[in-house]
Design a protein around this ligand. Structure first.
Ligand code: ADP
Ligand code: MG
Length: 235
């Protein structure tokens, strides 16, 4: 019997999600291979965040299948799912989600609490991640002492400190001015070049057009999916 090799890190098939009467996703299919950098773009209310939450295993679909790193999410217990999420996925959100009054180093180290590492190891990895995002000089700064762009870089450091293979970013530049937004996008590109698979949700057409693959969502389904290497529509 041959063991199947999974090059895909994310595989969604026929994924629907309803909230009461509202159909947020209707039969969405999406495969993301390891090493990709892609944009998920679409108008407000089209289902982008729902899609990201399901890819991130934060939410379960009403129907359809979700595989993350080869594991079918529906077959996992809550505990197994938390473990898969902790080792596989980093999250970045538009509004940073940094706790007030917590210095950057502690904030990033706390993000590693569920990975079974010692306190010293967590602090070392946190320091490294902050240096990686260019904030080695802001380790003791609390959120109110940081600019919007710096806050998002702390959030990115927290998301990647444990070196997850997959980074999911929901409108990461949505609350930033264009200059800070460009710095954050460059950082995401650098992380991708170093090996992380990166999915960026955006309603910014320019950002979407600047990435190697663009997935367009409309009314809860994938309307268009193409990369820029001449392979055309993928789904
Ligand atoms: N928790 C929820 N409860 C009820 N409706 C929701 C919930 N989350 C999303 N929706 C609805 O699902 C649709 C898609 O939302 P969302 O995925 O947030 O879209 P987007 O991120 O593209 O703006 C919208 O109509 C939204 O109002
Ligand atoms: Mg959204």
């Amino acid at each position: 019997m041959s063991r199947q090799v999974h090059t895909a890190i994310v595989e969604l098939a026929g994924v629907s999600k309803s909230y009461g009467e509202v159909a947020a996703l209707r039969g969405a299919g999406l495969v993301v291979d390891r090493g990709e950098l892609l944009a998920v773009v679409g108008p407000s209310g089209s289902g982008k965040s729902t899609l990201l939450n399901i890819m991130g295993t934060l939410d379960r679909p009403t129907s359809g299948t979700v595989r993350i790193d080869g594991h079918e999410v529906a077959r996992l217990s809550d505990r197994e799912l938390s473990a898969l999420r902790a080792r596989t996925i980093g999250f970045v959100f538009q509004q940073f989600h940094l706790a007030p009054g917590v210095p950057a180093l502690d904030c990033v180290a706390e993000g590693l609490l569920y990975g079974g590492r010692s306190r010293g190891e967590r602090r070392l990895l946190a320091r490294r991640a902050l240096i990686r995002v260019g904030l080695g000089h802001r380790l003791d700064h609390e959120p109110h002492q940081l600019s919007g762009g710096e806050k998002q870089r702390v959030a990115i450091a927290r998301a990647v400190a444990g070196d997850p293979p997959l980074l999911l970013a929901d409108e990461p530049t949505g609350a930033l001015d264009s200059r800070s937004g460009a710095v954050v996008m460059q950082l995401l590109r650098d992380l991708n070049r170093a090996g992380t698979t990166v999915v960026v949700i955006t309603h910014d057409r320019d950002i979407a057009a600047s990435l190697p693959r663009e997935v367009r969502v409309r009314d809860g389904h994938i309307e268009h999916d193409a990369d820029r290497l001449g392979e055309g529509v993928r789904a």
